[in-house]
Write a protein of this length. Structure first.
Ligand code: NDP
Length: 335
């Protein structure tokens, strides 16, 4: 079976040559181990952070070691009392077609059949979904009637945030790159969309946000950072709440970038800017799954996926996140 590792630490935007593929045979499971054939793997923006050799909330990837990430697969052999052939498993053993390990060592969990497609376990009903849920409801303390601005609104996290905010009775402004993505965000229920590629200067972006929210915004859900964050500070109403989820526009920067030049407004407007990491909110998981299942069944929550076929495409899929090639969740289908 095939698997990917990091060949070099990328500088700036990663290149295909920063990745290396090899073939191995997943060994027969020993006592306490299972063998799993992955059917889906996830590529996520946070993986770029793990490619730097620096201390963070997750340890860096090591050169030559198989990369890790979310994956869904099926148990094909088991010497673990809690797992049987045919069980569906979500794990962190992605970037490979098959693996043999003790489930605990790769954060594997058996998942009940939900009626949802397996791929949803890596998206709307998985890590990005929980990120959206925890970020908008708990971190941003969303209230009915809020005016909410969401960047990266056509992506996995952002598209879920848009819909949760609509379910909770808010006015939603979503920004995304390109006409097609903006159309999707509108279809998901956003009241206003901003094509940030059409507003490619700070002043133009700010103008578009002001036009969409003439009375200002109460909540900003940040997926991209940079000009978007600065414009959101500018348009924030007093006591505004910001869930700082990610800043993808800066993940490939080689030099530190100046902060928002209007950060001083955080004082006068008494804004809350709160960063968060989804793994600190796993206590919400049961409630999240219950709510999400209900919303999906009742048609209030739609989820888009962009699927690349075959393990060979994994680096390309990953790079695609920084080129905006995905609508909704970017996934690699393995079998
Ligand atoms: P997405 O599905 O949103 O994919 C990434 C998208 O980012 C692209 O499709 C692209 O959309 C947009 N993008 C890429 N480069 C830029 C840029 N320079 N400026 C503006 N937009 C850009 O990914 P996810 O939903 O998985 O993640 C969204 C954000 O949430 C990321 O910042 C990620 O790091 C963060 N995150 C944080 C977590 C946490 O625990 N805090 C957990 C999970 C995700 P477009 O075409 O519109 O530009």
């Amino acid at each position: 079976s095939k698997e990917w590792s990091l060949a070099n630490r990328p500088v700036g935007m990663p290149k295909l040559s920063d990745f290396g593929m090899r073939e191995t045979d997943a060994p027969e499971p020993g006592n306490g181990e299972i063998q799993v054939r992955n059917s889906w793997m996830s590529v996520d923006p946070y993986m770029r952070g793990r490619m730097y050799d620096r201390e963070s909330y997750v340890p860096p990837f090591q050169i030559g070691e198989t990369l890790q990430g979310g994956a869904v697969g099926t148990v094909v052999a088991s010497k673990h009392p809690d797992y049987a052939e045919g069980d569906l498993v979500v794990s962190m053993a992605g970037w490979r077609e098959a693996w043999t390990a003790a489930p605990e060592s790769v954060m594997a969990n058996k998942v009940p059949k939900t009626g949802l497609p397996d791929s949803a376990l890596l998206g709307v009903a998985g890590m990005p979904g929980l990120t959206a849920y925890a970020g908008i409801l708990r971190v941003a303390e969303l209230k009915e009637g809020d005016t909410v601005f969401v960047s990266g609104a056509a992506g996995a996290v952002g598209s879920t945030v848009v819909q949760i905010a609509k379910i909770k009775g808010c006015t939603v402004i979503g920004s995304a790159g390109g006409t097609e993505k903006c159309k999707l965000v509108k279809e998901l229920g956003a009241d206003h969309v901003i094509d940030y590629k059409q507003h490619d200067t700070y002043d133009s972006l700010l103008g578009a946000l002001r036009a969409a929210a003439p009375k200002g915004i109460d909540v900003y859900f940040d997926n991209v950072g940079g000009d978007h964050l600065q414009a959101a500070i500018e348009c924030a109403r007093p006591m505004g709440r910001f869930a700082i989820c990610g800043m993808i526009s800066q993940y490939n920067d080689t030099e530190p970038r100046p902060g928002p030049n209007n950060i001083i407004q955080v004082v006068g407007k008494q804004l809350t800017l709160r960063g968060f990491i989804v793994s600190s909110h796993v206590d919400l998981q049961p409630q999240f799954l219950q709510d999400m299942a209900g919303w999906i069944q009742s048609g209030k929550m739609k989820f888009e996926e962009t699927v690349m076929e075959g393990i060979e495409t994994a680096p390309e899929a990953f790079l695609g996140l920084f080129q905006g090639r995905n609508k909704g969740k970017m996934l690699v289908k393995l079998t």
